[in-house]
Design a protein around this ligand. Structure first.
Ligand SMILES: Nc1ccn([C@@H]2O[C@H](COP(=O)(O)OP(=O)(O)OP(=O)(O)O)[C@@H](O)[C@H]2O)c(=O)n1
Ligand SMILES: C[C@](O)(CO)[C@H](O)COP(=O)(O)O
Length: 231
């Protein structure tokens, strides 16, 4: 048995505005089960010890009975309410952790996180304390000005698209988020940004998988179902 304690924060408190659907995307069905089922299953079946599930306002009871109990996710030790922005939800999750060595922050809207990625990022965080999963971009990237004119074409070799989980030593991510709450930093879209901006701590990129995509817009649901049917 491992002596280190690994805790996951699974985020499911978003509104899913870009999905434009009546049902929030984390509860939409993929081959008969909610998107969130797949993300939680991956962590339930991994070496992660505990899961903190972060859900929307008024959704704790629903998630407890319709997701956690229904599918026997016994690693879920707490369900907490999220906040307005993703980073607020992460902070609520961090506050719910009493002790941990490593914290795995994962979008509930990324259902296809695999054990291989979790193993790779675990090896990484033991060495680097701050790791994000990502993949090299496939398209050429342009930096544009506010009028849509190209300013620069960065070398594609150095451009990665970042996924989750983003994994940190607990003390590091707790300190970064506590300081973030005392400051006003705009445009925070991932956890690594918090650690970069607040603590200037180096972040190591770990190879993920293109299948670890985020369900964001309606065509992602179609692609996710196709992917599941091929498995
Ligand atoms: N206040 C928020 C916003 C987002 N999330 C979660 O963070 C993940 C990534 O966010 P995103 O894909 O942007 O989800 P939404 O915010 O729901 O989508 P949108 O931006 O289209 O409204 C999702 O699992 C989402 O549930 C969250 O827990 N709390
Ligand atoms: C954290 C993230 O999934 C990494 O790609 C992404 O930044 C979340 O952004 P969103 O705008 O909240 O979807």
């Amino acid at each position: 048995m491992s002596l280190e304690k690994k805790v996951a924060i699974i985020l499911a408190a978003g509104q899913g505005k870009r999905m434009n659907s009546k049902v929030q995307k984390q509860y939409m069905q993929l081959c008969g089960k909610p998107v969130l089922f797949y993300s939680l299953s991956a962590f339930q079946e991994s070496t992660i010890d505990e899961i903190i599930l972060v859900v929307g306002k008024g959704e704790i009871a629903y998630c407890q009975s319709e997701i956690v109990e229904k599918y026997s996710f016994n690693k879920v030790v707490k369900i907490v309410e999220g906040g307005t922005e993703r980073y607020h939800s992460v902070y609520h999750g961090i506050k719910a952790i009493q002790n941990a060595d490593y914290v795995y922050i994962h979008d509930g809207a990324r259902p296809f996180i695999s054990n291989e990625i979790l193993d790779r990022v675990t090896v990484g965080v033991r060495e680097y304390n701050a790791c994000v999963v990502g993949m090299p971009v496939k398209d050429t990237i342009k930096i544009v000005d506010e009028n849509g004119f190209v300013i620069e074409t960065p070398s594609r070799d150095l451009v990665w698209q970042v996924q989750t989980p983003q994994v940190f030593a607990f003390a590091l991510i707790k300190e970064a988020y506590e300081k973030l709450m005392e400051e006003s930093i705009q445009g925070i879209t991932d956890d690594a940004m918090v650690v970069e901006a607040i603590l200037s701590y180096p972040i190591k990129l770990i190879e993920g998988d293109y299948t670890n995509f985020k369900i964001t817009t309606p065509e992602d649901i179609y692609m996710a179902e196709q992917y599941l049917k091929e498995l």
